[in-house]
Design a protein around this ligand. Structure first.
Ligand code: ADE
Length: 423
């Protein structure tokens, strides 16, 4: 391991060897990002530019940071969640790649905010955000620095909802690329990534059998669809709760039972929230749960579960296993909360697998490049990458899988462009 003068605040630099091996392990399953990295190495699109990235510090994010550095960027990486950092990855990024990281798994909230300040002290030209904490803090606390920002990118649904609110208030000062809205992002990362890694988190934390158990999935967006599909695949009886009638019908026709959380609370063995909304499991619901119920959240923020209300109902709280907190209620029932209500897939497992993050982070890398190439031409507010870029990422992914697909014949193209021929 090399000694380094790279500025950082991490758990332990001596973890770097394991971190490097795991970063390389992920890289093998990120062929699209690798192609982009090779091009960036030659073209250096970010030469002389500072990037501050607020993301989950995982093996996959490490490969994104390495790609941006290969493109000439001066990068600082901070955590986008207090519990999602992989400390060995942070160590390797500092020791082996000379990238500044401010992130420690389990950091307290003041430390989390201090790390946001470190990312802002970097005076970024470009911001990569996951949940919009970095952009929101910059707009409120460092507004005068916003004029130097070429633009930002946002990884997740929750962050985009926040940016839309900011835009409505006239407070979004630069162009922001809605990475989540690319098809090669949400259709894969949110569905297959969240689906697998959420169940992985529940299993790693509890080692409970899911077959024959009732799993309640709150929210049937792309993440909820993924979690429900994978729970069903393991033999669970799945109940879905929704507020959107169209998604609710979709959940029914996908073979799930749909009901209110009021009705589902006494039936579930495992509860997974993926709504992006606040207190979707509230005190009244915890009070009705079965003895031994397991409750977790896989949405971006930890406010989906009203844990303050649960504390009030409880006579005792203790950690019975790492990241499994047992609350004993006044009626004697025990409710188990995983990962302190933070994203279970990153707090209790390793987040989405590399193969889907490959496409998400190809979108991130190309979005940052798009902002630079279009500097001064994009309006303030949200933007999406052109559809051709989405198609290109999908084409490269298929190629990496050795899969060829058909092409439209001239006759088919002609047919699609005529209206005269019918019955
Ligand atoms: N979000 C979900 N999974 C992730 C991962 N593996 N890396 C970075 N961000 C993520």
């Amino acid at each position: 391991m090399s000694t380094t003068a790279t500025a950082c605040e991490i758990k332990d630099i001596s973890l770097a060897t394991s971190g490097k091996d795991r970063i390389n392990w992920a890289a093998v399953d990120m062929p699209v990002l690798k192609l982009i990295q090779q091009r960036f190495e030659k073209e250096k699109p970010f030469q002389g530019l500072r990037i501050s990235a607020c993301a989950h510090v995982t093996t996959e994010t490490a490969n994104l940071a390495i790609t941006l550095k290969a493109g000439g960027a001066d990068c600082v990486l901070i955590a986008s969640n207090p519990l999602s950092t992989q400390d060995d990855v942070a160590a390797s990024l500092v020791a082996d790649y000379g990238i500044s990281v401010y992130a420690i798994k389990g950091e307290d909230i003041p430390t989390y905010h201090r790390h946001i300040q470190k990312a802002l002290d970097h005076k970024p030209h470009l911001i990569i955000d996951d949940g919009s904490d970095l952009v929101a803090t910059m707009v409120v606390e460092r507004n005068k620095d916003c004029s130097e920002v070429i633009g930002s990118t946002e990884e997740t649904t929750t962050g985009i909802t926040r940016l839309e609110a900011m835009e409505r208030d006239g407070k979004l000062p630069f162009p922001a690329m809605a990475v989540n809205n690319a098809q090669t992002k949400h259709l894969f990362d949110n569905r297959y990534g969240t689906g697998q890694s959420t169940i992985d988190g529940v299993i790693r934390a509890t080692n409970r059998l899911l077959a024959g158990r009732t799993v309640v999935v709150l929210g049937y967006g792309w993440c909820g669809k993924g979690a429900a599909m994978r729970a069903k695949g393991l033999g669970s009886n799945v109940i879905v709760t929704e507020v959107n009638p169209i998604r609710a019908i979709e959940a029914v026709m996908d073979g799930n039972r749909v009901m209110t959380i009021e009705e589902a609370a006494p039936l579930g063995d495992v509860f997974i929230t993926v709504t992006g909304n606040k207190h979707v499991i509230d005190g009244d619901h915890f009070a009705k749960m079965k003895d031994g119920a397991i409750v977790c959240n896989s949405g971006h923020f930890d406010l989906e579960l009203n844990l303050a209300a649960l504390e009030k109902l409880a006579t005792n709280k203790r950690e019975v296993k790492p990241l499994v907190e047992e609350y004993t209620l006044k009626n004697g029932n025990k409710v188990h909360v995983l990962g302190q209500g933070r994203l279970v897939n990153l707090a209790c497992a390793e987040g989405h697998p590399a193969s889907v993050m490959d496409m998400s982070f190809a979108n991130q890398a190309l979005s940052v490049e798009y902002l630079v190439k279009n500097k001064g031409k994009l309006s303030r507010g949200l933007h999406t990458l052109p559809d051709e870029v989405d198609q290109e990422i999908a084409t490269l992914k298929l190629k990496s899988m050795g899969i060829a697909i058909d092409k439209l014949t001239p006759q088919m193209v002609e047919y699609m462009n005529t209206w005269q021929s019918g019955t």
